[in-house]
Write a protein that binds this ligand. Structure first.
Ligand code: NAD
Length: 484
C-alpha cells in the first residue's frame, strides 16, 4: 500500500538546491499524524535571492530572444516529466495532504495537461497585426511582465501550482512559487522536474515558507510585477490592498459557498451522486465544494432521505485504500475548525441528519477523519450558509419557485460555482444565467477543462485562469506605430 519515498528537504532557489534559512516546516501524513519530513522553510534572504536570480534570468538576452515555440519546448518537457513521475508525485501529495491516491494521480495528470496545453497554445498564438488609417503600420505585441509570483494553498497543490507556473513561463516570465507550509513537498517535486527539463536557472524558484514573511515579501517587493494568488478571501483582500499600492496586477482565486440546486424533474439518482461528489470529494476541502443544497420543496423530504442514506454508505478511510471515498482532513487544527462550524450550526438550531462526528473504530484513532455531515433546518442567512467550512459539511434548504431559488442562491457574499440538476434545459439555462457565479455545471459537478477559463465573482475572486487568455493574463500589451 505504502511505498518508500525519500522526500526532498531542500528548496529550489535560483536554479540551485539549498537549505532554507527560515523556520522549520513539518509535513505530516493526515492518516496517522506521522511526520513525512521536516524542512527549513524559506527566509526573507532566500526570497530576495530568488527575486534577484529571477531578475537576471528574465532579462538574460538568450531567454528574451527565444521565440514562443522555443519557450514551448521547456513546457512540453515539464509536462512529460510530470506525466512520467505521476505515481511518485501522487504518492508524495497523498502523504502531504491525506488525499486519496486516485485524486492525487488525477491532479498530477491534470498538471501535466496544463503545461502541455500552455505549450500548444503558445505555439499557435497569433499577435494582432492591424493596418492603421494612413501610411502607418500598427502592431500590438504582448511582452512578458518580468518577475512574477504564484502563491498557492494546501488543498490541491500540484494543480494550483501548474495553473500559475505553466502560463507564467509560457508568457516568458520568471516565476517564484510560494506554496502553503501545510503541503510543502509537491512543489519540490515540480522543481526537480523543471530543473531536469533544462529551464534556464533562476526563472523558477520555490519558496515554501510563512505567508506573512515570504508571501508578503513577494507581494510588496518592487521587482515583482504580478501575483497570482489562490487561497482564502481575507488573505486575498490583504494581497489586493498591497498590490494596489504598487499598481500591480493580481489574480485572486478565493473561497466559495457554492449552491447546488435539485429540481423535482431531475434524474434523482444522478443528482444524489452529483451532490455527494460536489461536497464530499476531497473531504470538502475544495473551493468549489457545493456546500449549500437547495431542493425543490415538492421532493425535499424524499430527496434528502435518499441523500442521507447514500451519504451513510460513503467509505471514510485511509488515503491509500482503493475503496476510500472520504479521506482524512489535512490537519488536527483544521478538523477543530470544521467541528467548530458544526457546533455553531447546532447552536443556531440546525439538525444534524448524518455525521457531525469523528468516525470511531480501528484505523481512525490517529488520523484526522471526520464523517460526511448533512445539516437541515437552518436559513440561508445562518452562519453555516454564510461561512466557508472547507470540510465535508452540507447545509440543505428547500425552495418554492425559481425566483425564491435565485434570490437565496445569490444572497451570499461568494460567487464561485453552482450545480443545477434538472431535465428541463431551458430552465437550467435560465437559472444558470441568473446565478452570480464564475462556473455553472448542469447535471454534473467539478468537471474541468484546461481550455475553459476558471475564476470567481464577488468575494470568490478576480480574474480568470486557464484557456488561451490564461497566458495573456501574464503579459503586458504594447502598441507599436510605424510611419511607412
Ligand atoms: P490561505 O489564504 O490561508 O493561504 C494561501 C496561501 O497564502 C498560503 O501559501 C499562505 O502561506 C499564503 N499567505 C498567507 N498569508 C499571506 C500574506 N499575508 N501574504 C501573502 N501570502 C500569504 O488559504 P489556505 O488555508 O491555504 O487555503 C484554503 C483557502 O483557499 C480556502 O478559502 C479555499 O476556498 C481557497 N481556495 C480557492 C481556490 C480557487 O480556485 N478559488 C482553489 C483552492 C483553494
Amino acid at each position: 500500500m505504502d511505498q518508500a519515498v525519500t522526500f526532498q528537504d531542500k528548496l529550489y532557489i535560483g536554479g540551485e538546491w539549498r537549505r532554507g534559512g527560515g523556520a522549520e516546516i513539518a509535513s505530516n501524513f493526515p492518516a496517522d499524524g506521522s511526520v513525512n519530513t521536516k524542512l527549513a522553510g524559506a527566509s526573507l534572504e532566500d526570497t530576495d535571492l530568488a527575486i534577484a536570480r529571477a531578475q537576471e534570468a528574465v532579462n538574460d538576452p538568450k531567454w528574451r530572444k527565444l521565440l514562443p515555440h522555443e519557450r514551448a519546448t521547456f513546457l512540453y518537457k515539464i509536462s512529460e516529466g510530470i506525466a512520467r513521475n505521476a505515481d511518485r508525485i501522487s504518492h508524495v501529495q497523498s502523504r502531504d495532504t491525506g488525499k486519496t491516491l486516485t485524486e492525487t494521480r488525477a491532479l498530477a495528470l491534470s498538471a501535466a495537461g496544463t503545461f502541455r496545453y500552455m505549450a500548444a497554445a503558445l505555439e499557435t498564438a497569433e499577435d494582432a497585426l492591424t493596418p492603421a488609417r494612413g501610411n502607418y503600420l500598427t502592431m500590438s505585441v504582448y511582452e512578458p511582465l518580468g518577475v512574477t509570483a504564484g502563491i498557492t494553498p494546501w488543498n490541491s497543490p500540484i494543480a494550483s501550482d501548474a495553473q500559475k507556473v505553466a502560463p507564467a513561463l509560457a508568457a516568458g516570465n520568471a516565476i517564484l512559487l510560494k506554496p502553503s507550509s501545510w503541503s510543502p513537498l509537491v512543489c519540490l517535486e515540480l522543481a526537480r522536474i523543471i530543473d531536469e527539463a533544462g529551464l534556464p536557472k533562476g526563472l523558477f524558484s520555490t519558496l515554501p515558507g510563512a505567508g506573512a514573511i515570504v508571501g508578503e515579501r513577494l507581494v510588496t517587493h518592487p521587482a515583482i510585477r504580478k501575483v497570482s494568488f489562490t487561497g482564502g478571501t481575507e488573505t486575498g483582500r490583504d494581497i489586493a490592498r498591497k498590490a494596489a499600492d504598487k499598481l500591480m496586477p493580481v489574480s485572486l482565486e478565493l473561497g466559495g459557498k457554492s449552491p447546488t440546486i435539485v429540481f423535482a424533474d431531475a434524474d434523482l439518482d444522478l443528482a444524489v451522486a452529483g451532490v455527494m461528489f460536489g461536497v464530499f470529494s476531497s473531504t470538502g476541502q475544495s473551493c468549489i465544494a457545493g456546500s449549500r443544497l437547495f431542493v425543490e420543496r415538492s421532493i425535499y423530504d424524499a430527496f434528502v432521505a435518499k441523500l442521507v442514506a447514500a451519504t451513510e454508505r460513503l467509505r471514510v478511510g485511509h488515503p491509500f485504500e482503493a475503496t476510500t471515498q472520504v479521506a482524512p482532513l489535512i490537519r488536527p487544527k483544521h478538523r477543530d475548525e470544521v467541528e467548530g462550524h458544526v457546533k455553531r450550526a447546532r447552536e443556531d438550531g440546525g439538525k444534524v441528519l448524518t455525521g457531525g462526528e469523528r468516525p470511531t473504530g480501528t484505523g481512525y484513532a490517529d488520523g484526522t477523519y471526520y464523517r460526511p455531515t448533512i445539516i437541515a433546518g437552518l436559513g440561508n442567512d445562518s452562519r453555516l450558509c454564510r461561512e466557508e467550512v472547507f470540510g465535508p459539511v452540507l447545509a440543505v434548504l428547500p425552495f418554492d419557485n425559481e425566483d425564491d431559488l435565485v434570490a437565496q442562491s445569490n444572497d451570499n457574499s461568494y460567487g464561485l460555482a453552482c450545480g443545477i440538476y434538472t431535465r428541463d434545459f431551458p430552465k437550467a439555462w435560465r437559472i444558470a444565467r441568473a446565478i452570480d457565479t464564475g462556473t455553472v455545471w448542469i447535471n454534473t459537478y467539478k468537471q474541468f477543462s484546461i481550455s475553459t477559463p476558471f475564476g470567481g465573482t464577488k468575494d470568490s475572486g478576480l480574474g480568470r485562469e486557464k484557456g488561451r487568455e490564461g497566458i495573456r493574463a501574464w503579459m503586458a500589451q504594447k502598441s507599436l506605430y510605424c510611419d511607412l
